[in-house]
Design a protein around this ligand. Structure first.
Ligand code: UDP
Ligand code: MG
Length: 344
């Protein structure tokens, strides 16, 4: 039942267009049944309100529980399930989904039901109504549940990331997004091995719009993000999108060196003109510790960038596909996936 005139017109205009819903999952056995139920609701609402057909592209990111079997038995309608050969990370799983999508619109969603149907529908209606828009993304409305320190850390992270860039990575925006076919095609071209999706979306450009949302509580299972993973993830963000940390350290290094030089001159002048014997030990210790510490930190940071460069240089495939199943795969038989773009 179409209730609003606007929707009716949309439904006619979008007849025979397809929405692909990409859902990466890792050990979501407890959410699988809930998700399958929600998927039916979503597909129905999308058809009634917008006239789009919906295909679900589930990406198993190396699950070790029985979530694959559960999704396979409980999913309805048009869906396929890609299994990666191991856990590659959510960001890479999303790329695998994008590589196997051909819809006119692509929606990214979590399997744990934190991304709700009504927000998804809201995003879809926005992107359908405005032909200028190529992406609508959901931003967490507030992080009040986070600790002050976490919030400060996140804020500073984005400030440094966005320093002197031509595009801006929005804070608190995740992977809950809907995009057009051409945006998806652009994302597919970005074959970064160390993938920092938030940066990639921003880098891609086009006209994007944000909406605020409150993520629902996780229905079942536990989050896969630990503190350690979060820190590793921010380092990945830095090394793939920002030279600012390197610059800050270079400037700081130069600053310390100049200070040391001036201090040296002061000592020489004191010895020459007032004959003061400079106490050696404390000043030496200070110099050694400051310079030594700086060196270590800087070398470590450069190492991070070198490691990032090395991962790219090895030209391994970004992920390995183990199997594909579901009603939507008869026509596409895929054994092993290689990156589609040609590489220099
Ligand atoms: N996920 C994944 N691979 C991973 C980690 C997570 O595919 O290595 C999936 C997970 O199953 C879920 C989504 O990514 O569908 C978001 O993960 P999670 O709920 O753990 O993150 P949070 O919502 O806490 O940020
Ligand atoms: Mg979650």
């Amino acid at each position: 039942m179409t209730k609003v005139m606007g929707f009716k017109r949309l439904a006619v205009a979008n007849k025979a267009k397809q929405l692909d819903v990409i859902v990466p999952f890792l050990n979501e056995a407890e959410s699988a049944i809930h998700f399958a139920r929600m998927a039916v609701e979503l597909a129905d609402a999308v058809r009634e309100r917008f006239g789009l057909t919906t295909r679900f592209i589930l990406v198993d990111d190396g699950s070790t529980d029985n979530s694959v079997a559960l999704f396979e038995t409980h999913m309805n309608g048009d869906w396929k399930l890609l299994s990666l050969s191991r856990n590659f990370g959510k960001e890479t799983a999303i790329l695998a989904g994008l590589d196997h999508s051909e819809g006119d619109y692509v929606l990214l969603m979590d399997a744990d039901l934190q991304h709700t149907t009504d927000v998804a529908l809201d995003m879809i209606s926005r992107i359908l109504k405005d032909p200028e828009l190529d992406m609508v993304y959901a931003v967490r409305a507030n992080r009040e549940d986070d600790r002050l320190l976490t919030r400060w850390f996140a804020g500073t992270f984005y400030k440094i990331m966005n320093m002197g860039q031509r595009y801006e990575i929005p804070e608190n925006a995740g992977d809950f997004r809907v995009m057009t076919k051409r945006f998806a095609a652009a994302m597919r071209q970005l074959r970064d091995r160390k993938r920092f999706n938030k940066g990639l979306y921003a880098w891609t450009g086009f006209r994007q719009e944000r909406i605020e949302y409150m993520p629902a509580a996780r229905k079942a299972g536990a989050t896969k993000w630990s503190k350690r993973k979060l820190i590793a993830f921010s380092v990945e963000g830095f090394t793939s999108f920002s030279v600012v940390p390197l610059r800050i350290l270079s400037v700081f290094g130069a600053f310390v060196a100049i200070l040391g030089f001036l201090y040296g001159i002061k000592i020489i002048l004191e010895v020459l003109f007032s004959g003061v014997a400079v106490p050696g030990y404390p000043s030496l210790m200070v110099a050694v510790l400051v310079i030594g510490g700086l060196n270590l930190a800087l070398v470590g940071l450069v190492g991070e960038y070198v490691w990032a460069a090395l991962s790219e240089a090895k030209h391994r495939p970004i992920y390995i596909l183990k199997s594909v199943s579901g009603p939507a795969v008869q026509q596409t038989a895929v054994s092993q996936e290689m990156p589609r773009t040609t590489e220099a």
